[in-house]
Design a protein around this ligand. Structure first.
Ligand SMILES: CC(C)C(=O)C(=O)O
Length: 464
């Protein structure tokens, strides 16, 4: 704060300009932004046409909440599952630690056991951080376990302050600061989760509070992280949208007005309005170094920002994967399906069964000529998932040929073509299936059986 302008207040205290302008507004009645959130109507997006300059930090990264927000919304993982997923996460993270941190509950013996087992791995990345009840005993526990950072809940909208906590803004702020001070006393780095920031009074509460946090952190020589939580998924990325819904506006306010450096700002999104991914990328683009995600987006209600999505957003924004091994994403998806029993919706980007499957015959024909025409990128290279054509009534000869080439991994002159008699044999069988009233798609087993019959009937050897 040394380089900021200062002004005198009437009591002769030195105040930064920010403190002078952004004093806490201790309102008597909660500000619930009824113009934006009428409750009995669909929420509104309002524009004030203030344009925030993009400001992507030099370094950006991903943090993980699979074992916290992720676990909050489903049956708990077993210790073995947590350790296996943590191993996968470490491999995905790469040498630069793009998956930088992962947060864990410490409530039960079982939670703590999982943490110890993950710690035994000795990985630098992801760093293990915690999520605890905000009291002295738990801060001591964090320190004793050798964890350097913990999350602390500091809900910031009047919905939470007035309705849930039954406090005034001043009382809430004083309470939060005392809890954060206790954490600092134990030498643990606090990460303040500003719950419900997209319904909060940014200038009347969030910025004054963050200015106080900055001062507190400075006095203990421990930087305090600010996690901006879009708890209900109300954030929007549109240029000129008004706060508190504007993601650029929130990040700008934290960065410029509250003086929180980019490497101390983290965005935590939810997907209630389908905006978790774009809002997280927007947070990066406007000055947050970290985005907090959970694997496959599994989290409260509609979920969090999917971690795998942000891996590919990272690569697109930075032009490099920076050493992340993205094929691990496919291994994790298989692990969820086989070992955890969680079936990913088939159209889920990057991991669903059908994410790179095309069904229409006309598309299949294009794919057969050149797979780039209908595949987002080399999905075989990055995800170990060759582009597929499902066989159905609309696949045509080209679709069947493509299915066989992909399934049997045939390359170059080993490939079957749509003029081969085997393809005509299979097509005849497919057509009959649908003519007789079938509406479901064909399974791999059915196709393999008819291909086998076709090879015998046509005296044909695949790949010969
Ligand atoms: C409970 C808080 C920290 C949270 O996860 C959220 O706001 O989404």
């Amino acid at each position: 704060m040394d380089n900021r302008n200062v002004v005198m207040n009437p009591h002769d205290n030195l105040l930064t300009l920010e403190e002078h302008f952004y004093a806490l507004q201790d309102v008597k009645e909660p500000n619930v932004f009824r113009n934006l959130f009428p409750y009995e109507e669909v929420p509104k997006i309002v524009f004030n046409h203030r344009v925030v300059p993009p400001n992507m930090p030099e370094e950006i990264w991903i943090t993980d909440t699979t074992f916290r927000d992720g676990q909050q919304s489903r049956a708990p993982y077993s210790t073995e599952q947590i350790v296996t997923l943590f191993d996968y996460m470490h491999r995905l993270s790469g040498p630069k630690g793009i998956i930088r941190q992962s947060e864990f509950f410490l409530y039960s013996e079982k939670d703590r056991n999982a943490v110890y087992k993950c710690m035994e791995r000795g990985y630098e990345f992801p760093e293990i951080t915690s999520w605890i009840r905000a009291n002295k005993k738990d801060f001591e526990l964090v320190r004793e376990m050798g964890i350097k950072e913990t999350g602390i809940l500091v809900s910031c909208s009047d919905y939470h302050i007035f309705y849930k906590m039954k406090m005034t803004r001043k009382q809430a702020m004083e309470h939060y600061l005392s809890v954060v001070r206790e954490c600092l006393e134990t030498g643990v780095r606090p990460r303040c989760h500003l719950e419900d920031i997209t319904r909060s009074d940014i200038y009347g509460f969030v910025i004054p509070f963050c200015l106080e946090l900055q001062k507190l952190g400075e006095s203990y020589g421990i930087p305090i992280k600010i996690r901006a939580c879009d708890t209900m998924g109300y954030g929007v990325n549109f240029t000129g949208a008004a706060i508190p819904r504007s993601v650029p506006g929130i990040i700008y306010g934290l960065n410029v007005h509250a003086g929180v450096p980019s490497n101390m700002i983290e965005w935590h999104g939810h997907n209630d309005f389908y905006k978790a991914v774009v809002n997280s990328s927007t947070a990066w683009l406007y000055g947050a170094s970290a985005v907090n995600c959970s694997l496959f987006g599994i989290g409260e209600r509609t979920g969090n920002t999917p971690l795998e999505a942000m891996v590919f957003e990272y690569a697109q924004l930075r032009g490099t994967l920076d050493g992340m091994d993205t094929t691990v994403i496919t291994e994790m998806a298989e692990y969820y399906e086989k070992e955890i029993g969680y079936k990913l919706p088939s159209r889920t980007p990057f991991v669903g069964k059908n994410f790179n499957v095309t069904r229409a015959g006309i598309h299949a024909d294009g794919l057969l000529k050149n797979e780039e025409i209908y595949n987002i990128f080399d999905t075989e290279k990055f995800l170990n998932r060759p582009v597929m054509v499902a066989v159905s009534n609309t696949s045509g000869l080209a679709g069947i040929a493509h299915w066989i080439n992909t399934y049997f991994r045939l390359k170059g002159d080993k490939c079957v073509t749509k003029s081969d008699p085997l393809i005509h044999y299979v097509k005849e069988w497919v057509d009959k299936e649908y003519e007789s009233g079938r509406v479901t798609s064909l399974t791999d087993e059915e196709l393999l059986k008819v291909i086998d019959e076709g090879c015998k009937a046509c005296n044909y050897t695949i790949g010969a």
